[in-house]
Design a protein around this ligand. Structure first.
Ligand SMILES: [Zn+2]
Length: 385
């Protein structure tokens, strides 16, 4: 646990600061710099580290280590050198919005259902694992309440209670804490031990958007975003919805029923196509003479069940019935026979016609990468009697 003496602990809005180099050690072509005091937040408590510059030199990583807060820099410094640090504020403020948003959601879920946040990761989206189940409706309600807390513009307070005071506070925490504990309190939403950086007022979070819910162990994994990230996500999602609305001539808030209607119409069409192709194939079957030795029949890509029935009808008319579906140089094949063991031909067919496949003695199937002409020639020869 941090000891809360750093600049970011007391003023998370500090974007620039002056300090002094305590030590600088070279490691793998980079430089590990420890400062007298720093506004760079080191990775911890689920929150990623800050980046920025020290005297114009890039700070690429910041970690809390035994010896202090280590800034990994692109170039080195002299011991005792005065430095001016600048934090990448866009990144930091985005992390503050998202971390504070996460507290509100975790806190509201904890208060409503008693669940703990048992896993927390701040990546492109914020991922939180809870140790109990939640439905979409329950999360919708939490999302609405969370945005109410944003709109109330509550002051987010950092408390440093002593041991006795701490015993009287009911707060969320992932582990047993010792030493100085900082409690982040968001009225109406959350009380939690945390070492991260937060916005001063909930209104700065702007927007909290839950993105997805999936089962995780005995609970749920929730993905969310806050702040500008949430706004950009909603903007993108609305653009997608707008495109669907234009394509289907549907109102923006009625796109899903328009899509349902489209899918229904499409599956009715598929059923009609199956019926028509069945009629066409039955007519085609009559063209082949009963008692043939070999039938070769090429078709457009069609429903598999329709083709299986067609191949069976042809197998009643010939020793060997070969049905293909595909185009130009790529064909799926089904070869059926009632009286010849087809397995003996599989290897030769596949090797001559660049194919794959196989099956039991009465039916082999697979695909061939060859033209109709090549297939007719090869099978005519292979199945000749
Ligand atoms: Zn936190």
């Amino acid at each position: 646990m941090a000891d809360f003496k750093e600049l970011y602990d007391y003023n998370p809005y500090l974007k620039e600061f002056d300090s002094e180099v305590v030590s600088c050690t070279q490691k793998d072509g980079r430089f590990e710099v420890i400062l007298k005091e720093t506004a760079f937040y080191p990775e911890g408590g689920g929150q990623p580290y800050d980046i920025g510059t020290l005297n114009g030199i890039a700070v690429m990583d910041v970690q809390q280590k035994k010896e202090g807060i280590v800034h990994t820099c692109a170039a080195g410094f002299e011991e005792g050198e005065a430095v001016h640090g600048i934090i990448d504020w866009n990144r930091r403020f985005d992390l503050m919005q998202n971390h504070s948003g996460e507290h509100i959601v975790s806190g509201l879920i904890h208060r409503a259902f008693g669940y703990e946040n048992v896993g927390f990761h701040m990546g492109e989206v914020i991922q939180i694992d809870f140790d109990g189940p939640l439905s979409d409706e329950q999360l919708e309600e939490i999302e609405r309440k969370a945005n109410e807390i944003v709109m109330k513009n509550e002051k987010i307070i950092a408390l440093f209670p002593d041991e006795e005071e701490l015993k009287t506070i009911d707060y969320r925490s992932k582990k047993e804490l010792t030493g100085v504990v900082r409690i982040i309190d968001i009225p109406g939403a959350d009380t939690c031990a945390c070492c991260g950086t937060h916005v001063a007022y909930t209104g700065e979070i702007g927007l909290i958007k839950l993105l997805s819910r999936q089962k995780h162990k005995k609970g749920v994994r929730v993905e969310m975003v806050s702040g500008m990230r949430a706004f950009l996500y909603v903007q993108k999602a609305m653009k997608e919805n707008h495109a669907v609305s234009v394509a289907l001539s549907a109102k923006e808030l009625e796109t899903s029923s328009a899509v349902d209607a489209l899918l229904k119409a499409s599956s009715l069409k598929d059923a009609r196509i199956r019926e028509v192709s069945e009629i066409l194939l039955q007519a085609k079957q009559k063209e082949f003479a009963d008692g043939s030795h070999l039938i070769l029949d090429f078709n457009e890509p069609l429903d598999r069940n329709v083709l299986v029935r067609h191949a069976n009808a042809l197998a009643d008319k010939a020793d060997i019935a070969c049905v293909f579906s595909g185009n130009e140089t790529s064909w799926n094949y089904m070869i059926l026979s009632r009286n010849v063991d087809l397995r003996q031909y599989t290897k030769q067919i596949n090797s001559e016609l660049n194919g794959r496949g196989g099956g039991p003695k009465e039916m082999i199937q697979g695909n061939l990468q060859a033209s109709e002409e090549q297939i007719r020639e090869a099978l005519g020869r292979i199945f000749a009697m």
